[in-house]
Design a protein around this ligand. Structure first.
Ligand code: ADP
Length: 572
């Protein structure tokens, strides 16, 4: 028997309408790209969303058209998110850190008809424009006074919307209509397009609004540092408006000093971002003997949360919650919300829990699959390939004919993990990063976390090096804090002290800067390239390739790092 409920579609305009009728006085604050702070209300924002939709319509944007946006987290990008999607077009956010080749590829592949961009990205847009086949109009996200001279003929955002009507007749359509698009970062092969629907986005916004997922409240002031140009800033632009929460956008100011200043001046209580951002912020706060006056919570995801960040924030009275997810999942799959009474425990008892990725959100199913295709038990010990399904998980990539799901309809995440009896997920690695040694799997995340807990280590990455006896052994690569000159043997020992013997790195190497990819994660592909001729110490002694490995590696790495100034290696 079918229920007798209305066939009311889950559309993003439902979030927009709710925000405007219920919380129209709530504030949105932005650090502007052109300098200074911009401040307005949800109500003001709604009027400009209507003006923008009217302007887009006049420009010829129709339902289903892809509209490109390359911008920082600002009130203008918020307007683009809602106006484009709610008029029935697709908001294609482009990560400027993808590099020119990938940016050109994704814009052409998506077939964007209009391109909005922040002034910061003008040089990239100028370089790309002659190669963009489908873009008919460009629009720079600023006003006349700050409009830079440009080789690319561009409209000016504030002029574009000025004079347009502050009303718009938002259409109705099927909830499965596409609303937004984001490409994976292309660390393996070409980036692939994930096409979100109104339904998947509304469901994600609802479940991430639960106290046991992101858990932000009306009394919070929320700062999404996670970029709107990648996976919709974890849906915060939707969940915050649905909850009526004050939003603070950092614009281009992502360094420790700018973030700290904004957090203090706007009384931010809740911030979201990837670990690298928080490491920089914590360094800034500690180096300058500062403290937080309002910050309470930080939601961290995108890569494993190191203990150092949990402890660093804890000392400053800030609680950390970890989330795990991926572009293909809209993106959040789990959060490690705290059980009742959790913060009564001493920190050493809390840490092991906080290092885990958490439990599945409603409507996210997870299972662990062995390499030979069997579902393994949720015993917290048996690791395997993590597979997921749910209404906010993709069913296929944009314009890719190949079937990406398992025969029974699950998506393989490419992560290696365990799940325990309580449903707690622990990611041990990316399948492509895991080190296979003597038939055992070694988690690179565990070794990296152990290295990061050393006070002199700023960044750490572990890669597997070929070994004739063990197949692979771990090599630890570290970037040191500025001015630090520690004894590397002592760092290695401190890592060993925290790990079982099989996970002990065979060697440690120092680089000036560990390369980060387009989403702020360590680019292990680049590290593997630079260290491709490196030889592990025990192989050198056993008459392996000539060397005094150190000298030959040094030479090789320097040679390879021609185009990679950040990868200059330091002598030991
Ligand atoms: P990409 O960098 O490939 O575009 P995403 O930003 O979608 O992709 O990243 C997804 C991947 O990031 C996950 O599959 C997982 O490997 C990693 N990841 C995300 N959150 C966490 C976390 N909390 N702990 C460990 N790994 C994480």
């Amino acid at each position: 028997m079918k229920g007798l409920m209305m066939d009311y579609q889950l559309l993003i305009k439902g979030i927009m309408n709710h925000a405007m009728r219920t919380f129209s006085d709530q504030e949105v604050v932005t650090r502007l790209v052109e300098g200074g702070i911009h401040r307005y209300t949800y109500g003001d924002s709604y009027k400009r969303m209507c003006q923008l939709a009217n302007a887009l319509k006049k420009m010829g944007v129709k339902q289903g058209d892809r509209v490109g946006v390359m911008g920082w987290n600002t009130h203008r990008q918020l307007e683009l998110y809602y106006a484009i999607s709610c008029m029935g077009a697709v908001c294609h956010t482009i990560n400027p850190r993808l590099g020119p080749e990938n940016a050109e590829y994704v814009i052409n592949h998506a077939g964007d008809s209009v391109m909005f961009y922040d002034t910061t990205f003008l040089p990239l847009i100028e370089a790309l424009a002659p190669k963009l086949k489908t873009v008919k109009k460009y629009c720079v996200l600023t006003d006349k006074a700050n409009n830079p001279t440009s080789k690319v003929k561009s409209l000016v955002y504030e002029d574009l919307i000025a004079g347009e009507s502050e009303d718009y007749n938002w259409p109705d359509f099927d909830e499965n209509t596409a609303c937004a698009m984001c490409y994976t970062s292309g660390t393996t092969g070409k980036p692939k397009g994930v096409l979100y629907s109104h339904r998947s986005t509304v469901i994600q916004a609802m479940v991430t609004s639960l106290p046991t997922s992101f858990g932000a409240e009306l009394s919070d002031v929320i700062l999404p540092v996670v970029p709107m140009f990648h996976v919709n800033a974890w849906n915060v632009p939707y969940s915050a408006l649905m909850g009526g929460i004050k939003l603070v956008f950092p614009g281009p100011g992502l360094d420790g000093a700018s973030l700290y200043e904004l957090m203090e001046s706007e009384k931010v209580t809740y911030a979201l971002g990837v670990p690298t951002v928080w490491l920089n912020l914590l360094n800034y706060v500690n180096d300058n003997n500062l403290s937080f006056s309002s910050m309470k919570y930080s939601l961290i995801g995108g890569s494993a949360l190191p203990e150092k960040i949990i402890r660093g924030f804890d000392k400053l009275g800030v609680r950390c919650r970890q989330g795990w997810g991926m572009t293909e999942m809209s993106p959040t799959g789990t959060t490690n919300f705290e059980p009742v009474g959790f913060y009564d425990l001493p920190i050493d008892e809390r840490i092991p829990y906080q290092l885990k990725q958490g439990k599945a959100l409603p409507f996210v199913d997870m299972r662990i699959m062995s390499d030979d295709g069997k579902v393994v038990p949720n015993d917290g010990e048996t690791s395997g390939n993590l597979q997921v399904r749910g209404p906010s998980v993709l069913s296929g990539y944009y314009n890719h004919s190949e079937n990406i799901l398992t025969r029974d309809g699950w998506f393989d995440t490419g992560d290696v993990a365990t799940i325990d009896e309580t449903g707690m997920l622990l990611i041990t690695d990316r399948a492509k990063d895991v080190i296979k040694s003597g038939g055992e799997w070694i988690s690179t995340i565990d070794i990296e976390n152990a290295a990061l807990s050393h006070p002199d280590v700023a960044q750490a990455a572990v890669i597997g090096m070929p070994h004739p006896k063990w197949d692979e052994r771990p090599l630890l690569i570290v970037q040191l804090n500025e001015g630090a000159a520690p004894d590397l043997a002592e760092i290695l020992q401190s890592v060993k002290d925290q790990l079982p013997k099989i996970s002990w790195p065979d060697d440690i190497q120092v680089v000036d800067e560990i390369p980060l990819g387009a989403t702020g994660k360590v680019l292990k592909t680049k590290l593997r390239e630079v260290f491709k001729d490196y030889v592990l110490p025990d192989l050198r002694a056993n008459g392996g390739p000539s060397t005094s490995a150190s000298a030959s590696v040094e030479g090789e790495a320097k040679g390879k790092s021609g185009g990679l100034p950040f990868l200059k290696r330091k002598g030991r």
